[in-house]
Design a protein around this ligand. Structure first.
Ligand SMILES: Cc1cc2nc3c(=O)[nH]c(=O)nc-3n(C[C@H](O)[C@H](O)[C@H](O)COP(=O)(O)OP(=O)(O)OC[C@H]3O[C@@H](n4cnc5c(N)ncnc54)[C@H](O)[C@@H]3O)c2cc1C
Length: 425
């Protein structure tokens, strides 16, 4: 039976959002706030997937893409060294090859400069966009100032950040290089012998309970008549004469428009509409240490040489890491994140006696050029895309929501959105 997705609002359009991660939840709020009749469809609970376990950083200066010349040089070790920070599982190699070739192309110096210029308008507005949604939804206390701190354990490690510093300088990102005494002032509980230099972006923010943020955004949308359907979406189909029909495992319904925000699972829906996209998942892990009851860190702290982050989450310190190309179905492999536990306990000695209370894996939805897809489908004007945020999905969710709400409502582009079009693939 085909239902219409209409419910009571004053004059808005009926918009379905596929996916209730932080991107879908933020988009639901931005659209509901403009009077649209929003229906969010997810097979799980709001914000419970990848959006629940990230490191919580809103990095307003994250202009450096994942693919850089240095990362490209490390790719052979991803295949051959099981202890490398990033891993490409051999069984996934051929499947990921087209994505990987595009990733290598995106890491060429000229492309990196262009991608940084395209990331800048998004990341620089990211915290502001979150604060606007948080003010609407009463979630302001979930978003803290405090900055983004990277610590280097060696001179070589710090030197390797030269490109990142150059790109930040070029785009006017505020940052400072910290000497050990300055780091110790910011984070006194860290082992002072565990770092030699810091790189600090003071304007970044932090969410210590990312799932609660997504839930707050959706709850506020619900107060503005948004509906939630816990169903598995099977198919999107543009309908002759306008609108899009969505078939789930429960029913088929018709909406005026659809936003695809299904994270790493979005590619199948784009394909159903006829749009090609290069999207893979960079799987990532976290371990959560039982809380000591004290405040151990003031902000997330990243250790680039180990490619891990320690974050002071609501229920204890989390250690996140991992960049694993292994697809959407292979079982998790916690060996590499477990191997980082001694490092974490050395840099933050208060973790020494703390048990590990949770092991978690999530699926970053990653494009090879580190740019999200925020676009209207060129095949069907009623389909909009909001996925592919990779390492920056929490950071970019609120600005994505604002942009999608503007597109759906027919606003003029606030800046050049062509770098995020789906037709680039
Ligand atoms: C270890 C780790 C650390 C990270 N740290 C940070 C960080 O500090 N800062 C940052 O900005 N980002 C970080 N990220 C990235 C960030 O978490 C992701 O980019 C973000 O969560 C993606 O959000 P999303 O809403 O696009 O996807 P998701 O959270 O994956 O949501 C997609 C939703 O779509 C639903 N769905 C999929 N298919 C279907 C279907 N067929 N039917 C119904 N529903 C469906 C899923 O159930 C899911 O709920 C990190 C990621 C990891 C793994």
């Amino acid at each position: 039976m085909t239902d219409t997705g209409r419910h009571e609002t004053q004059g808005g359009r009926s918009i379905a959002i596929v996916g209730a991660g932080v991107v879908g939840a933020a988009t639901a709020l931005a659209l509901a706030a403009r009077g649209h009749a929003v229906t969010v469809i997810d097979r799980g609970e709001v914000g419970a997937g990848t959006s629940s376990g990230n490191a919580g950083a809103i990095v307003t200066g994250a202009v450096t893409p994942t693919a850089t010349p240095g990362v490209i040089r490390s790719i052979p070790s991803y295949l051959l060294d099981p202890n490398s920070a990033a891993v490409l599982r051999p069984a996934h190699f051929f499947r990921s090859l087209p994505w990987l070739l595009r990733f290598i192309a995106a890491g060429q110096p000229k492309r990196v400069v262009g991608i940084a210029a395209a990331l800048h308008p998004l990341v620089s507005k990211s915290l502001q966009a979150h604060l606007a949604l948080a003010d609407m939804s009463g979630a302001r206390e979930l978003i803290r100032p405090g900055g983004w701190l990277k610590l280097y354990t060696s001179a070589a490690g710090f030197s390797a950040s030269a490109l990142e510093r150059e790109l930040m300088t070029r785009h006017g990102v505020h940052f400072s290089v910290l000497q050990p005494a300055e780091v110790a002032e910011l984070e006194p509980r860290l082992n002072k012998n565990a770092y030699t230099r810091g790189l600090f972006q003071p304007d970044s923010g932090f969410v210590n309970y990312p799932r609660a943020l997504a839930q707050s955004y959706f709850e506020c949308a619900r107060q503005r008549q948004a509906l939630y359907l816990q169903e598995t979406v099977l198919e999107l189909r543009p309908v002759d004469g306008g609108g899009v029909s969505i078939r789930t495992d429960q029913a088929t319904r018709q909406f005026d428009a659809v936003v695809v925000a299904a994270g790493a699972w979005s590619k199948q829906f784009a394909a159903q509409v006829g749009d090609k996209v290069s999207l893979d998942t960079e799987r990532g892990y976290h371990l959560s240490f039982a809380s000591t009851g004290e405040s151990l860190l003031g902000r997330p702290v990243c250790f680039p040489e180990k490619q891990c982050v320690l974050s002071p989450m609501h229920d204890g310190i989390s250690l996140s890491s991992g960049d694993e190309l292994a697809g959407l179905v292979a079982p998790p492999d916690f060996r590499r994140i477990r191997a980082l536990v001694p490092f974490a306990r050395n840099v933050l000695p208060a973790l020494m006696g703390q048990a590990i209370q949770r092991e978690w894996m999530g699926y970053r939805p990653s494009t090879p050029d580190s740019l999200p897809v925020i676009a209207r489908s060129p095949r069907c004007a009623k389909v909009f895309y909001a996925f592919g945020h990779g390492h920056l999905g929490l950071t970019l969710s609120a600005i994505t929501a604002q942009l999608v709400a503007g597109m759906v409502s027919g606003d003029p582009e606030p800046f050049d959105l062509s770098p995020y079009r789906i037709a680039r693939f």
